[in-house]
Ligand binder design. Sequence first.
Ligand SMILES: [Zn+2]
Length: 86
Amino acid sequence: MEFERATHCKLDGNDISLEEALRFRAEAEEKGVDQPDFRCIGCDKPVRPFGGDQNEPHFEHHERNGDCVHSVAYMEKLRDARKAAK
Ligand SMILES: [Zn+2]
């Protein structure tokens, strides 16, 4: 399967967009409370939303998970496999 950049995550069982996740993250930071428990739509593991001027908004798994198609680790695995095939 191809790597797919996740544009949604789960929060309390609901699908929310990356934009919403970033807003919740900013709100939690403003209030100084714990980050909401964002979960990957693919593997259900904890993820963190990232965004900003330098980076295209994206989710990052707390722990590298090479088996999830939404993970950077998976993308790197694919890239290495393609390199090795040449
Ligand atoms: Zn995942």
